[in-house]
Each structure stands twice: as C-alpha cells, then as structure tokens.
Design a protein around this ligand. Structure first.
Ligand code: PEP
Ligand code: MG
Length: 308
C-alpha cells in the first residue's frame, strides 16, 4: 500500500490513504491563472473559451484565438489544460452566430451542435488550439460541450485528431450521454461531467431558475446515479472521468464524487482549499462507502444526513 502522505496546501490532491484525485481550476482566460496557482491547482480542468467570442459581431480570427490560448498554455507549461471548444447558445448566446428564432434555446442548437451549421467555427478553433499548443509545453486536452451521442463524440474526436490534438474528450451534460458513457469512452480519451447542465437536463429544470433550486441540488440521487455510471465506465475503460460543474466545489460532496469513481474535480480557484482538505480527510474506501450510502437515499436531505 502507498504510504499515507498528508495533502499539502499545494501538492497533488489525494485521499487520506494516497489515492490520487486531481484538483483542477475552472478558468475563462489567462487572467485567472494566477488565482489558480495561488490555490494550488494541479492544472486547468475547464478553460471556457466563450469569453473571447462574447459581445462580438464577428468571429475572432485564428491569430487572435491562438494568442489567447497560447497565453494560458504558456502560463500552465508542464501541466494539464483541458480546453473546451465554444459553448455558444442557450445561456451563452453569441451575436456573431445570429441564432434567432429558437423557441427553446436550451434544447436548441448549442455547444457542439453549432458545428452542424457552422463546421468552420469548430475547425478554425481546433486549428488555433493546435497551433497554440505546439508553441508551449502544456499538456493540452480538448473537449466538446453538449454532446448527446457516440456519433457526435466520434466526429469531434476525429476533428481534434485531424487538427493535431492527441487528447480529445467530451462533456457529459445530457442524460443520454451519461447513460452511454462506456460507448463514448470507446471513441474518446476522457469524459468531463458538467453537472450544471446535467442537472438541468436530467430534472428538466432551467439552471437559471432560482425557484427550482431544490431540483438542481447536486445531492439529488438521480444525478449521483448518472455520475456513478460515468465513474464506473471510466474505471472499466481505464480512462479519466472528471467533474467540472459546480458540484465539484462542494467540499461535503467531494468524497462521495471520488467514491463514485471520479478521477478529477475542477472548480473555481477559491473552492480548491476546502475541497482539497475534504478529500484528504477520507480514505478511498470510506469515499466508496459514502457513495454507496448516498445512492440509497431518497432525496438530497437524506443523502446529506446519511453521509455527514
Ligand atoms: C456545466 O454545465 O456544468 C459546465 C461546467 O459548463 P457551463 O457551466 O459552462 O455550462
Ligand atoms: Mg455546461
């Protein structure tokens, strides 16, 4: 057995008995890298690229994109950066795509679905990411948002590999994708669970709707079931399965997520110290037992009561 080493404030995340859990930061630009460093992030688990595209009537060109990505990759040299391709539509409308007339944008053409109408936007972005990666020492992984099927995942992985990006994954934000996690892992290198959207689509509850907060609670057993299915698929395939939604920032929930088989937790930097301490406070076996208990609960309140 591995010697138990206490997790320091900046070292790699691990459980009390040394099981590794990567603790990563969510960022929107190079301006967030210093905060991630201060919090001891091992890398970036979600680089949201929308910021560059916001409030613009035209798409940023390949040079401008490559420069923005290079700024992050350079700052994170030697570490992992999971960069997400454009997640436009729904709660992140982008003027240059002129997506008018969708009666229900959350169920419309968003995330990777944009590539159905504008494959050029994806191709340009992947090429810019590949160029930026080539100039730096970062370990760059690329992933697509809002993926529902194996065919979508396979097409994305092909496009990423063709652009020269070796590590391609998809986000799990739609229940259909979580249910087919094992099949997705046959065509991609990793999964990252976006619990904000996965909650929204599992409970049919708008993520912007405060009055539905009880349905969007990350302790909902149905959400934990889907996370567990992804974790099990990852273990079986020997491939990473992370969480990059708000659920990863809940220190009380973190050991349960680890017990469900999740290999990394990515969150805003300020949440990292408490999550690091919570993961370090439990052995991997305890995490698994807590996860099993949480799955027996009938509702979030019971899940919390059984495990804390
Ligand atoms: C998510 O849906 O959980 C996620 C991380 O993506 P975003 O919040 O950017 O939609
Ligand atoms: Mg999302």
């Amino acid at each position: 057995a591995r010697a138990a080493t206490p997790a320091g404030p900046t070292g790699p995340g691990r459980t009390a008995d040394g099981h590794p859990v990567k603790l990563l930061a969510n960022i929107g630009s190079a301006a967030n890298v210093a905060g991630a460093d201060e919090a001891g992030a091992e890398g970036v688990g979600l680089f949201r690229t929308e910021l560059l595209f916001l409030d613009r009537s035209t798409e940023p060109g390949p040079d401008e994109q490559a420069a923005a990505y290079r700024a992050v990759f350079t700052a994170m040299a030697g570490r992992t950066v999971v960069i997400r391709t454009l997640d436009a539509g729904a709660d992140k409308p982008l003027p240059f795509l002129r997506q008018e007339g969708e009666p229900n944008p959350a169920l419309g053409v968003r995330g990777l679905r944009i590539a159905r109408q504008r494959p050029d936007v994806l191709t340009t972005q992947l090429a810019a990411i590949a160029r930026a990666r080539a100039d730096t020492g970062a370990d760059v992984w690329v992933m697509a948002p809002m993926v529902s099927t194996v065919a979508e995942a396979a097409a994305f992985a092909d496009a990423a590999h063709e652009a020269g990006l070796p590590r391609a994954g998809v986000m799990i934000e739609v229940p259909a994708a979580a249910l087919r996690a094992a099949a997705l892992l046959r065509v991609v290198d990793f999964l990252s669970i976006g619990t904000n959207d996965l909650s929204q689509y599992t409970f049919a509850a708008d993520r912007m709707c405060g009055t539905l907060a009880d349905l969007l609670d990350p302790w909902q057993p149905a959400l934990l079931d889907l996370i567990g299915a992804c974790g099990a698929a990852g273990r079986e395939a020997g491939k990473p399965v992370g969480i990059c939604g708000e659920a990863a920032a809940d220190p009380t929930l973190a050991p349960i997520l680890v017990g469900l088989g999740v290999t990394s937790l990515s969150m805003s930097a300020r949440a990292l110290p408490a999550v690091r301490a919570a993961v370090a406070g439990r052995s991997f076996d305890e995490c698994r037992k807590l996860a099993q208990l949480a799955l027996t609960a009938e509702d979030p309140a019971q899940a919390r009561k059984l495990t804390t």
